[in-house]
Design a protein around this ligand. Structure first.
Ligand SMILES: Cc1cc2nc3c(=O)[nH]c(=O)nc-3n(C[C@H](O)[C@H](O)[C@H](O)COP(=O)(O)OP(=O)(O)OC[C@H]3O[C@@H](n4cnc5c(N)ncnc54)[C@H](O)[C@@H]3O)c2cc1C
Length: 307
């Protein structure tokens, strides 16, 4: 780290200390590049008791998984950690002026955005506190633990129908709960019927069960549905406004576009993880794309240093 305009100048500031940000920081530390990694909140899977589908880390808690990562990165002296939110970032000639939520300003030659996504959980009593435990988004991540149990798939569109059909891989006990009059095509209804998937159209009032486990869904009409897991596809949005404020181009779903080096359309800004147009929104992709952005930023710095 150097001094620039009387401020700390880092080669790279990484915004976001989840899997993507830590993976980028690991590359930068091992490349002897000065890096400040700022993390200002929870990771997306924070409420899940275990992580899955990450080779050699099966069943670890998300917190333990990140702790091991941070401990290993701490061996590289050019990386500095901060539990601070990146509140604002402004491009100035060939650098970025970054304001941390604590009020500390720093300068960076490159910026890596690994700020992730936020899920909008439906405002149904009992849903939020079960998120990641018995209210779930991805059968590939959590289906095994709920195999052969009774699943309610919550949603009222084609995505919910697709989720129902996918769910057949793990259980035959599936009910689609549309929380209001079903907006399904005749073809979708026919497919669901053929697969033995019932549709419940009554409004959902609440989820019930012991603490964070789930026993039943209660409907407005007074009926209930026995279920041990709810699967849904929540609406997702960028967790940070920084990508937008820097003018990073996004796709139709609001995900940051990156090239094969992890570079965004904004000069000097790289991005990784769920926040970017992904192959898949999973930890393994976050790790891969974090490494890619770290290498992309490092190569860009090296080429400027020796130009
Ligand atoms: C409930 C649930 C369970 C999941 N389980 C699995 C699983 O078992 N296996 C799997 O492969 N995938 C799983 N996923 C997906 C996985 O969580 C994501 O793919 C992964 O977390 C993405 O990593 P990331 O680093 O891009 O984002 P995140 O992990 O969300 O990390 C981003 C970090 O940046 C911080 N941040 C945001 N804005 C700022 C800012 N301005 N300044 C500083 N910090 C900021 C956030 O607070 C957060 O800590 C799950 C997802 C959910 C919702």
């Amino acid at each position: 780290m150097d001094e620039g305009q009387g401020l700390n100048l880092y080669d790279v500031v990484v915004a976001g200390g989840g899997t993507a940000g830590l993976s980028a920081a690991l590359v930068l530390g091992r490349s002897r590049i000065s890096c400040l990694i700022c993390n200002g909140g929870e990771v997306r899977n924070a409420t899940a008791p275990e992580i899955h589908n990450y080779l050699s880390r099966e069943g670890l808690s998300p917190q333990e998984f990140l702790k091991i990562g941070r401990e290993q990165i701490a061996n590289y002296p050019s990386v500095e950690f901060s539990e601070d939110l990146v509140a604002a970032a402004v491009a100035e000639d060939n650098s970025f002026r970054i304001e941390l939520a604590s009020g500390r300003p720093v300068l960076a030659k490159k910026l890596i955005l690994a700020t992730g996504l936020e899920d909008e959980i439906p405002l149904i009593e009992g849903m939020r506190e079960r998120w990641g435990i018995s209210v779930l988004h991805c059968p590939f991540c959590h289906g095994w633990e709920s195999r052969d149990l009774a699943w309610a798939v919550y949603g009222n569109n084609g995505k919910a129908v697709d989720l129902c059909l996918m769910a057949k891989g793990w259980t035959d006990r599936i009910t689609l709960c549309t929380d209001g009059v079903a907006e399904l095509t005749a073809a979708q209804r026919k497919t669901l019927r053929a697969c033995g998937i019932a549709v419940r159209e009554s409004r959902v009032v609440r989820l019930e069960g012991d603490e964070t486990s789930l026993e039943r869904m209660i409907f407005e009409d007074g009926e209930d549905l026995e279920c041990q897991a709810v699967f849904l596809r929540p609406v997702k949005k960028q967790r940070s406004v920084i990508p937008n404020s820097l003018g990073c181009a996004v796709n139709a779903d609001g995900l940051i576009l990156v090239d094969e080096n992890g570079a965004t359309t904004a000069q000097g800004v790289f991005a990784a993880g769920d926040a970017t147009e992904p192959v898949l929104q999973v930890l393994a992709y976050a790790a891969f794309s974090g490494v890619r952005a770290g290498i992309g930023a490092a190569k860009s710095l090296f080429s400027e240093r020796f130009a």
